[in-house]
Structures are given as C-alpha cells and as structure tokens.
Ligand binder design. Structure first.
Ligand code: ADP
Ligand code: MG
Length: 701
C-alpha cells in the first residue's frame, strides 16, 4: 500500500452519489467539497444533469481523465458501492472513502459485502477508508469529504476516530478550545485501512505534531505496537480506548486469565507502543493541547508561581499525586525573589507573591523562576484580585514561556473574567484550566512522553532452556486427553530453569513416605488433579506434615478430593519440600494470550488472595530484563519485596529471572494458552515456584 498523502492532499476528488437533495448525505458532502476544497470536485450521478452547479457524470469511468482523480468518495447504496470501488480500481484511482453504511455492522449479508470491498481494494491496491465512515478531512487543502456540520480550524493535531458521531462532537467542542487539526479520519469499519496505517502516515507527516485516536478495538495489536513504537519516538500518540470495563475475563480459567483480560492487554500493548493512554475525552484533549502547544521538559521538577496561598497548596498536592516533584529553587533564585518580593511572600516553591500583586510583580517572579536551572516545568496560578488583570497576566505568561522555553500550564481560578485570558493562553499553546489538578496532569503527560521518547529498546535475553523436555511434559496432556495440567507438570518449569522445591508426585502412600524421607524435615502434601482448580479450597493442601503423618495425610487428601469433587480425576499426591513462606512474599507469575496482542506476562502479589487484591503488572511477551524489573517495582506491594518493616529484602534478581524465563516459555510455546505459577515464593534466598496450572491448545502444540 502506498503512502496516504494523496488521500489527505488530493488535487481532484470525485463524489459518487453527489446530490443536492436538501438534508441528504450526498448534499452535505458535495456542499462541503464545493465550498471549501481548494482542488477540483467532480460529481458522479447518472440521474442528474448537474449538482450544485457541477456537471454530473454517469460513472467514474465516464469522468474526463478519471485516472487523475486522487480520491473517490462513495455515498451510493451498499450494492452500488462495491461496484464503484471496483470501478475506481479499474480506472486507476488510488484512494476511496466509503461513507456508505450497511456492511459488517449490519449482519452477515453486510459482512459478505464488506469482504467484497476488501477484496477489490486488495486487487487494485487501493487505500480504502471505511465503509460506514463519516469521511476524511484535511485542513491545508480545505478538504472536507464528510457530512459533519463543523469544519475544524487548521492546526497540527491529526485525529482518527472509530466512531463517526464522536468526530462531529469533538470538532464542535475543539473549536471552542482553539484546538486546530491537520487531518481527521473517521475509520468506520476498518475493512482495509486501520489505526496502524494512519499512525504510520502521520508519523511521516511533518505537519502533524500530535496524533489522537478514539478506538474501540485495535485490528492487529502486534502490528500496531510495531508501527506506533517507531512513530512515538518522534510524534506523540494519544489514545482513548473505550470498552474498558468489558466483562470479557469472566470465562478465564486462571488467575492470570481473569486479571490480564482484554483491557489489561490493551494497556500493555499501548504501553509497549509508547502511546499515551487516557481514560476520558477531556484527558484526550488536555493531552493534545499540551503536547501540541508546549515543548518537552528536560526534567520533571515543577515550579508553582501564584498570587494565592491556598490554591498554591492545592497545586502542590496535585503534584504529589503524580510522579512529578516540586523543583527546589537555587539560592540565587531565592535571593532574587527575596529582593523583589514584599515581606509576606513565600520565596520557596510554591512561590507565593501574595494577593496584592500587580502584573509586574508576577512577571518578575515568573521570569526569575523560569530562569532557574532546577525548574523543568511551571504552573502559573492566579486568583482574581483587584490589582491583577488576567488579560495582562496571560500576555506576560505567553511571552515569558516563549522566552525561556520552559513548558508551562496556567490555572486561572475564575469564571467569566478568565475567558479572554484563557483564549490568549491557549492560542499561544499554553493550556489553562480552572482546576490545578488538570494543569498538573497535563504537565505529567508531557514528562511521561519526554521519557517515552528517550527510552531505549533492549532485546530480551535468551535463556538456556531444555525445550524438548518441556515439550515432552506438555505432550503428556495429549496422552491423558486433557487440556489442563497442574502440579504434575512442574518438570516444565524445571526444564525452563525456574527453581522448584524438591519432591515428586506419587500415587500410593508408601511412595509418599519414601519421598518425604528423601526430602527431609516436614513436607507439604497436595492432591494432584487437573480438575481441581484451587486445591486449598477443598482442603487439598497440607503444609508442614511430619514424616510420621505422611501416610494418613495422603489418605485424607484423596478422601477430601473424592468428597468435594466426586467426578475429579485424582492422579495422586505431590510431596514437596516445605519452604519458609513467612520469611518471604508469595507472588504470582503468569501467562495469558490476547486475541489482538498475543502473549502477555503477568506479575503480582500472589497466594490465595490474589484475585482479591489484584495487585499486578502486565506486559507483552517477550519481556526484557529491565521491563521485568519494572514489573516488580510497579505493583503496590513493591515495598514488601524490598523488605518493609524489618523484613529481609527478597531476591529480586531471582524473581526477575523467573519472569524472563516464563516470558520465553510464552513465546516458545503458543500452545500454552494460560499459565499461573501461584505462588512463586520469593525469599532472601531465591524465588521458587511451588504451584502450577496451565491450559493448552493441543492443536497448536
Ligand atoms: P492451590 O493454589 O491450588 O490452593 P498451592 O500449591 O498454591 O495450591 O498451595 C496453597 C498455599 O499453600 C500456597 O499459597 C502457600 O501459601 C502454601 N504452600 C504451598 N506449597 C508450599 C510449600 N512447598 N512450602 C510452603 N508453603 C506452601
Ligand atoms: Mg496456588
């Protein structure tokens, strides 16, 4: 597929289904093109002589030199739309925008028609947008091939949306916030072109500074990650993904499956791609405003300059809620502030120039603070006073921001009196808000993106493992005609170099005693059955069993299994070395597979309450060592691992290695659908897997 530049910057556009019927889509699209487009518009409609003073042609092939048309916009009913797309291909038109609805969103007949569209696009190598798309816009050429009522202001944001209705809502709203756009595309059903294609295109487009997306799904997760992780090195990509609360994880057969559901997969995918993910539409445009208007910070320390003490504290709290910190001002800065400011002022950050400050005082203080090398970003915060004009302050802030190049966000705490000042600021790219938290959050977005750009890609290490032995363990499931394996498959972990306790699975009490004697000391006994998901729930685990009791406990465990789950296949009992769990932390390491993003690795706080706390980190596999370490540092319970309250810190290196080795298993064996090691007992001595459960797709083995 060629580059999409002629889609957004065409010289000639043909409208198939042009119309002047008031209120029709054809009228709206044709009207927008006739009014705004700086190129040539051609009308196709066999039933009319003219439409809006354009001569109508019977078909695309009846146009004068149809091969010179850059974009065909297709509005005719579905059956005719497929024909029009084929015709566009035949006459050599490279881009088609199918606005027509009635395809895969409308049942199986529509889905079949959509496949025909995709096949035609494939045959003629067409860039096809839609179907069921609102259309495309591009401000430099005045292209508005949509039926949206609002045309965007020109700017440097390019925006793709999976919802057409949302495009119209956003453009209307953005106009009020002085946000300008370069290109806009309504993705529609994404039969051919999808989010990855547009991210790639805009990554190469010098006129696009920020890419925004409203997505309901990602067509090909791995491709998106590949494309977007390149683009985000230069151009920020911000995505709001709807459907976060989808209850798709309920059918999962493992902890990891339940916790690494589709939303976590998206999170992991967007993260790996360096995409800024936001939760709300408001955050999407806050991010867009700051990323398109402000430079990136060279440090994440924030300075606050305010004429109001209380709101200054609120802003300080807001900084505390983020990963940003307050800048500590240099001695020189504080000295200058002391000289310039009246007695009651605070010359430490947050700098409070007090309520009677005229704009000159604000300006001087801000100038001093922005020149401080410790200051990475600034919040200018003002409440209405008799001595300060918001308009003057806005003008001064804009100038000083430009002069110092320090990223800035403004908080104007007021209503109607702030309006024109806010406009001055946002026209100059300085975002302004009523709420300090939003200003701080937008600075955090900048800092996060700055970090994303600097990130290095590290190839995950390859561990020395015994793949054939691992395969043999998995093959046992086939022999037993099951897709589930439990602790009887602990050899799998051993084959991948993941530490496991001494012990064995046995199927009679005498052998259990023999193994217990060999292991030494008190042992752990567990019932072994692929059908019992949570052994301890049915009393199937006994911890700290002396050798003398092994025989009895063996019988008890089997009896319990028979009582609570009479239809379960009991393979025997596992006798395991007893680990000192109290000296460490139970963690979980797991694998899950997402239909869009492929293998995922999960790490978190483990044990029997794992789904209660849901304290986990999820990444796309394979996971490089640095990422694995970040996972161990990223959970809420990280302080436990580091040794909180006098406990010994656990062997983090060991844990990181377990994550890395399991991640390799995830990529080596696509047949492993879900896998939990819960717990991996992490102590000062090491990280040891004591339990295992996995689900296989035998056909993929
Ligand atoms: P299940 O998760 O099916 O209930 P586990 O094998 O995970 O079974 O055992 C349940 C709990 O028993 C673990 O979370 C852990 O607290 C404890 N446990 C299991 N194996 C050992 C062991 N070898 N040493 C110490 N404690 C263990
Ligand atoms: Mg367990």
């Amino acid at each position: 597929m060629g580059r999409l530049s002629t889609l957004f910057a065409p010289d000639r556009v043909a409208v198939v289904g042009a119309s002047d019927e008031p209120g029709s889509v054809g009228r709206a699209v044709t009207g927008h093109l006739v009014e705004d487009f700086r190129g040539e518009v051609l009308a196709v409609n066999p039933n009319r002589e003219t439409v809006l003073e354009l001569v109508c042609h019977d078909s695309l092939s009846a146009l004068p030199s149809p091969g010179d048309v850059d974009v065909a916009v297709v509005l005719v009913p579905p059956e005719l739309a497929v024909e029009a797309v084929r015709e566009a291909g035949e006459v050599g038109i490279g881009n088609v925008v199918v606005v027509t609805a009635g395809f895969s969103e409308a049942g199986s007949e529509g889905a079949a028609r959509e496949r025909e569209l995709a096949a035609a696009a494939e045959e003629f190598d067409l860039n096809l947008v839609g179907p069921n798309s609102l259309g495309v816009m591009s401000t430099p050429s005045g292209l508005n091939a949509t039926f949206a009522p609002t045309s965007p202001d020109p700017g440097s944001i390019s925006f793709m949306s999976q919802s057409g209705a949302f495009v119209t809502a956003v453009l209307d709203w953005a106009a009020e916030r002085h946000l300008g756009f370069k290109d806009v595309v309504s993705l529609g059903n994404k039969a051919v072109l999808d989010e990855s294609d547009f991210v790639r295109e805009w990554g190469e487009d010098p006129e696009t500074d920020v890419v925004l997306g409203y997505l309901e799904d990602v067509a090909d997760g791995r491709r998106f990650v590949e494309v977007a992780s390149e683009v985000t090195r230069e151009t920020p990509v911000v995505v709001v993904k709807s459907g976060r609360t989808e209850a798709g994880a309920t059918a999962a057969a493992s902890h990891t499956g339940a916790m690494a559901g589709s939303d976590r997969a998206y999170g992991a995918g967007l993260d790996a791609a360096g995409v800024v993910r936001v939760d709300t539409v408001e955050e999407l445009f806050d991010a867009a405003a700051v990323l398109s208007g402000q430079p990136l910070p060279d440090r994440s320390a924030v300075a606050i300059v305010t004429n109001a003490g209380g709101p200054g504290v609120m802003t300080t709290d807001a900084v505390g809620d983020t990963d940003l910190g307050l800048a500590s001002l240099t001695d020189g800065t504080r000295e200058t502030l002391r000289e310039d400011l009246p007695g009651g002022a605070n010359i430490h950050n947050p700098v409070d120039i007090i309520g009677d400050a005229p704009v000159e005082r604000f300006e001087r203080a801000l100038d001093t603070v922005l020149a401080d090398p410790n200051v990475g970003m600034a919040v200018v915060l003002a409440c209405p006073t008799a001595t300060l004009s918001f308009d003057d302050l806005a003008a001064a802030a804009v100038d000083l921001q430009a002069e110092h190049g320090v990223p800035m966000a403004a908080v104007l705490m007021g209503g109607a009196s702030t309006r024109s000042a806010a406009a001055t600021l946002s026209e100059a790219g300085v975002p302004s808000y009523f709420d300090p938290a939003r200003a701080v959050d937008s600075l955090e977005t900048l800092a996060e993106y700055a970090e994303t750009r600097e990130r290095e890609t590290v190839e995950p290490a390859t561990f020395d493992v015994d793949r054939e032995r691992a395969r043999a363990v998995l093959e046992r499931a086939r022999d037993r005609d099951t897709t589930r394996l439990g602790v009887e498959a602990m050899d799998l972990l051993d084959a991948y170099g993941i530490p496991t306790p001494a012990g064995a699975v046995v199927d009679d009490p005498a052998e259990a005693v023999a193994v217990a004697e060999e292991v030494g000391g008190e042992v752990v006994l567990k019932v072994v059955s692929p059908d019992i998901l949570h052994k301890s729930d049915i009393g199937g685990v006994e911890v700290g069993v002396p050798v003398g009791e092994v025989r009895d406990v063996y019988e008890t465990l089997v009896a319990r299994a028979r009582r609570y789950q009479p239809d379960a296949t009991v393979l025997g009992v596992q006798v395991q070395e007893l680990l000192d769990v109290s000296a460490g932390t139970e963690t979980i390491v797991g694998i899950n597979r997402d239909p869009q993003f492929g293998p995922l690795v999960l790490f978190g706080l483990g044990g029997v309450f794992v789904e209660v706390f849901e304290d986990t980190a999820v990444r796309l596999a394979p996971v490089a060592e640095r990422e694995a370490r970040a996972m161990t540092e990223g959970i809420e319970a990280a302080p436990l691992l580091r040794g909180a309250r006098g406990r010994d810190p656990v062997d983090l290196d060991g844990l990181v290695e377990v994550i890395g080795r399991l991640s390799q298993l995830a990529t080596d064996f696509p047949a492993v659908q879900e896998l939990d090691i819960n717990p991996v007992v992490a102590t000062a001595e090491g990280a040891t897997a004591v339990d295992l459960r996995l689900t296989l797709d035998l056909e993929a083995l």
